[in-house]
Structure formats: structure tokens, C-alpha cells
Design a protein around this ligand. Structure first.
Ligand code: ZN
Length: 227
């Protein structure tokens, strides 16, 4: 029996610094309100957005399947978060996305983003794949949702790695597409739609991969005009 705790009573539990009640997230089902106090060692700025791109520390802390605290383990030659209870392994994979390059008289169609990340910047029509989709289906659906345009894919433009999206790393599959129906109208995530010529492309292009695609598009157009 030690001096600090002469009666052998259990001390106060240590303050856990994971969640505290505060008006940030209201859970609809239970009506409870939560705010994340600290996400391990990241700053308040980083806390605003759940950033899965940096390191393992900032990914899941609790098993998304059973809720137990995850531990780091070497699995398949890499440190991964593993659930000691249900053995769930969190493979931190990039997320596939697909989009389209639509051309009209040598111009390329771009979309002004309505939401973060990169709100009000321009990008190509593209989006993340649903679990039950193929990349082709995803590209066609995203074009319909964002532009109200029905398209036919006419070929593969290229495959790109997207590492500057704060939500996740992406693998972007881009197709050439031809409009076969519908009138362009900004949809779900779009504020404005416009075709841009080589010298009209705005500076604020949302993603590095999209900048690369636009650059390649005009290089292809230039090569074609020189043929
Ligand atoms: Zn688990």
C-alpha cells in the first residue's frame, strides 16, 4: 500500500483526450453533440479536416468494424493499423476516381467547384468511384451529375496520381468523351461550366493532376494542328 493511495482506493481515471461534448458534431440518431478535442498530436488547424493523407497516426484510432483500439503492426512489409480484437487490417489504399475530357472546337470543358476542397477553383469533370461501379460508369455518371450532359466515352486519355487532395490520395482515370445529349447545366458540385481555349485557362486549377491533363490536352491539340 503506498502513501499516495493509503486506502487502496482506485484513483480518478486519467482524462482521455479523445472526445468531449462541444457543439461541433451533432449525432442525428442520438442527439448527442461531440467535438474532437485532440487528434493525437496534430494542430487545431489540421483538426478541422480529417486528414488521412499524412501518416498512420491520423487514420483510424478505433476499429471501424468492432470499435476496439487499433494497434500498429507490420503486415505485408508495411506498418499498418490492425485491430487486436477482430483482426481487421486497415490497408491505406488510394481511392479510384474517374472523369472526362470534353472538347469543343479545340477548347476544353472545365467546371467551377462549388464546394471544398478548392472551392471556386476550376477542374475537369471527375469524381470518386462508387463501390459497385466501373471507372467508365463513374465517368459517365459524374458528367451527368455535374454537367447534366450525357456522354459517350471514346478512349482512354490517361491515368494520374492525385496526391494533393486533402481528403485522400486518388488514382484518376480520365477518358475522352463526346457529348451525345443534354444541355450543359451546373449540377451537384458545380457552380459554373465553361469551355476554355489554350490562352483562356484560368490560373486557379484545383488539382495538380488536372493541370497536367489540361497541359497535355493542348499539347495534343497543337500536335494535331501541325499535322
Ligand atoms: Zn475490430
Amino acid at each position: 500500500m503506498n502513501k499516495k493511495n493509503p486506502k487502496g482506493k482506485l484513483g480518478k481515471p486519467k482524462i482521455r483526450r479523445i472526445w468531449r461534448r462541444n457543439p461541433v458534431t451533432k449525432i442525428k440518431e442520438s442527439g448527442k453533440i461531440y467535438k474532437r478535442k485532440k487528434w493525437l498530436n496534430c494542430s487545431d488547424d489540421e483538426e478541422k479536416e480529417l486528414d488521412l493523407t499524412k501518416d498512420l497516426e491520423k487514420t483510424y484510432r478505433y476499429c471501424p468494424r468492432c470499435g476496439a483500439e487499433m494497434v500498429e503492426k507490420d503486415v505485408d512489409h508495411k506498418k499498418r493499423k490492425v485491430c487486436p480484437v477482430c483482426k481487421f487490417i486497415f490497408y491505406h489504399n488510394p481511392v479510384p476516381a474517374a472523369g472526362v475530357v470534353i472538347e469543343k472546337e479545340g477548347k476544353i470543358l472545365l467546371v467551377k467547384r462549388k464546394y471544398e476542397p478548392y472551392k471556386a477553383d476550376w477542374c475537369l469533370p471527375a469524381g470518386f468511384m462508387e463501390y459497385d461501379e466501373s471507372p467508365e460508369q463513374c465517368a459517365i455518371r459524374e458528367t451527368k451529375e455535374e454537367l447534366n450532359l450525357k456522354v459517350k466515352l471514346t478512349g482512354l486519355f490517361g491515368v494520374y496520381s492525385g496526391k494533393d487532395d486533402p481528403r485522400t490520395h486518388a488514382v484518376l482515370v480520365m477518358y475522352w468523351a463526346e457529348v451525345i445529349g443534354g444541355k450543359p447545366k451546373p449540377g451537384d458540385d458545380a457552380e459554373e461550366i465553361r469551355y476554355f481555349g489554350k490562352n483562356e485557362v484560368p490560373d486557379n486549377i484545383a488539382f495538380l493532376a488536372h493541370r497536367q491533363i489540361i497541359k497535355e490536352f493542348f499539347e495534343i491539340k497543337l500536335a494535331e494542328s501541325n499535322e
